[in-house]
Design a protein around this ligand. Structure first.
Ligand SMILES: O=C(O)CCC(=O)C(=O)O
Length: 259
């Protein structure tokens, strides 16, 4: 297996296109433990309140040292840099409008400027959802994001044991891995119960609720069963999820108009 093929096996989701019976996804006991970790949920509860669902926009990222990758195989998002974006931009239209979602970004290796930490800019988180475009490799990217490249950046460096929390409208991107080692992380997401997940029909289930009857998914096996059920739904339509880029009719939602 080529090193750049590894990504597929650490992706906590079904492939976007061509979902087949043997399509793989990365759902392990340890990831289940993390998603339902009490300390993480306590923090999320402070933001979203007591009725919380695990949101299926989840990734486990192994960011390989770019210098060790064959030319042309650096994939934005999973193995390379991630373009400037807001997380709400990767939800369905309903999700973009209605879902209050929090991202919990968890490093498994110390994450630095050199190995590709995330970056942001001070005081630009209150603009709401911005116009996005399909970036040069098809990744979701804020329109006019060159403007952000030129601003002063805050490097979100993190140690193992830290977490980074992102609002759905937090403007962020990540740097390429210019070190000699792998950078490994997971980004989990949660939303307020009752709101659309933005990734139907992927697993979206209660992880915390005052009403214990809502907590139907209690263990790893049940979680896996949800993934298998989602896969069955996706096979006939041949895709797992689609999201339209947030593109607004007027340019009022352009970053360049709001800065
Ligand atoms: O881990 C990364 O490099 C980027 C993560 C990110 O942009 C996200 O979780 O939204």
């Amino acid at each position: 297996m080529k090193i750049d093929d590894l990504d597929q096996y650490f992706n906590t989701r079904l492939p976007r296109d061509h979902v087949k019976k043997d399509s793989d996804y990365f759902a392990t006991q340890s990831l289940w433990n993390l998603i339902t970790n009490k300390n993480i949920l306590d923090v999320v509860e402070k933001i979203l309140g007591k009725e919380i669902m695990s949101n299926p926009v989840q990734n486990t990222r192994i960011k390989q040292p770019e210098k060790k990758l064959p030319k042309g195989s650096i994939l934005d998002g999973l193995s390379g840099r991630t373009p400037w974006h807001q997380d709400a931009a990767v939800l369905s239209r309903k999700g973009q409008k209605l879902t209050d979602m929090v991202t919990v970004w968890i490093p498994f290796t110390k994450t630095t400027k050199k190995n590709g930490c995330m970056i942001t800019v001070k005081k630009i988180n209150k603009m709401g959802l911005l116009n996005h475009i399909a970036g040069y490799r098809g990744q979701v990217e804020i329109k006019d994001s060159k403007l952000l490249d030129e601003m002063q950046h805050i490097h979100l460096e993190a140690d193992v044991g830290d977490v980074i929390l992102l609002h759905k409208h937090s403007i962020h991107c990540s740097l390429p891995n210019r070190s000699n080692d792998f950078r490994i992380s997971a980004d989990l997401r949660y939303n307020i119960a009752g709101q659309p997940s933005g990734r139907d029909p992927l697993p979206n289930f209660y992880v915390r609720s005052k009403n214990k009857k809502n907590l139907k998914i209690q263990n790893f096996k049940q979680w896996l069963a949800l993934w298998e059920k989602a896969k069955e739904k996706c096979i006939p339509r041949k895709y797992a999820f689609k999201y339209p880029l947030p593109t607004f009719k007027t340019n009022k939602r352009d970053l360049s108009k709001l800065l």
